[in-house]
Write a protein that binds this ligand. Structure first.
Ligand code: UT7
Length: 317
């Protein structure tokens, strides 16, 4: 017993920040960002907290599935940019949408939505729950160093969600973790203990761009190929790939290496940038809303990021 996806939803804040707008803040330009990353604009929250965006995406997914908060048996949420460590974003979302079920948060950075799906599959296998709500929500703008042009131009804010119901459409998953903080890290503020003598890093995203790029390219290619091989499939059997939206060049590289036709790749990085755990569910929702998905289509979802953690799964729509 695993699950099928019965509804999707997303929410992004109203404020659009263009590459030209960013050129007023750091030394950058539209041409560099467009060419090197593929982003034209991103949404940035001016007033909304992470859990508010998460709750709006969750409610949209419930509406899309024809459910109410009372139908949900478990909420799994992910974020690296919540307004609180405790309560978790899952508990805040539970409260905001008026649900009464258990709720817990999982941290796997940009790969987290895939971890939510895998955790949900494990809960469904226990047979305890009928419907699980999964939400990735981020206010990345709050954890960026706005003087670092290598990171502040690539992220955006938003949330994506899906409603899962018992079913058998989660077909396979591959997962790799190479733990360590040398390539990507987001340190917490370490507090003001008079006893703690260690130097602190700023509580913002620190990323070795090129190292991350190399890791991301091999993660996305290896994970897609593994899922195809393990399941005796070729790309002809796959209707769409929904990749983490980190850099259009990473996606293009995977298309070239694995000979994937570009129209099978869901790409919306130009509009939202990298929204970390929200990126895959936002892309999935937009693919769903495009009307192009048919029941029975096979999809691969794939994501990679801090941890370093990468995961990909094969699902049937
Ligand atoms: O979601 C988690 C996973 N994250 C990722 O997968 C991100 C992976 N990494 C990347 O997408 C890319 O490495 C970046 C977009 C972060 C950076 O692009 P890059 O092509 O690797 O640039 P670079 O760091 O090698 O820098 C190339 C040049 C440098 O100038 P010089 O030294 O050649 O003169 C940088 O200073 O580009 C410069 N540069 C910029 N120029 C204009 C770096 N950032 C910018 C900028 N605007 N924003």
């Amino acid at each position: 017993m695993s699950f099928k996806i019965i509804g999707t939803g997303m929410y992004v804040p109203e404020k659009v920040v263009t590459n030209d707008d960013l050129a007023q803040i750091v030394e950058t330009n539209d041409e560099w960002i467009t060419k090197r990353v593929g982003i034209k604009e991103r949404r940035i929250s001016e007033t909304e907290f992470t859990s508010e965006m998460g709750a709006k995406a969750a409610q949209a997914a419930l509406d899309n599935a024809g459910c109410t908060a009372a139908d949900v048996d478990l909420i799994l949420a992910a974020s690296v940019s919540g307004e609180t460590v405790s309560p978790s974003m899952a508990c805040m979302i539970q409260n905001r949408i008026g649900a009464t079920c258990p709720a817990l948060e999982i941290n796997a950075a940009c790969a987290a939505f895939l971890y939510l799906l895998d955790t949900a599959a494990a809960y469904f296998a226990l047979g305890r729950y009928k419907k699980i709500l999964v939400v990735g929500c981020e206010r990345m703008s709050g954890i960026l160093d706005w003087s670092d042009r290598g990171t502040c131009v690539i992220f955006g804010d938003g949330a994506g969600a899906a409603v899962l119901e018992q079913g058998s459409n989660y077909l396979d998953v591959v997962c790799t973790v190479k733990g360590g903080d040398d390539v990507i890290k987001i340190p917490h503020a370490l507090g003001c203990s008079p006893f703690f003598k260690t130097e602190q890093d700023t509580p913002y995203i620190h990323m070795q761009g090129q190292e991350t790029f190399k890791y991301a390219v091999s993660a996305i290619c290896d994970d897609i190929q593994s899922l195809l091989d393990r399941n005796g499939l070729t790309m002809d059997d796959i209707a769409y790939i929904v990749p983490h939206q980190a850099n259009k060049r990473i996606i293009d590289f995977a298309c070239k290496k694995l000979k994937i036709s570009e129209d099978k790749m869901m790409v919306n990085i130009d509009k939202y940038g990298n929204t970390s755990s929200a990126s895959v569910p936002i892309a999935l929702h937009e693919l769903h809303m495009s009307g192009n998905l048919k029941r029975g289509d096979k999809l691969i979802l794939t994501a990679f990021g801090g941890g370093l953690s990468n995961m990909a799964c094969l699902i049937e729509w």
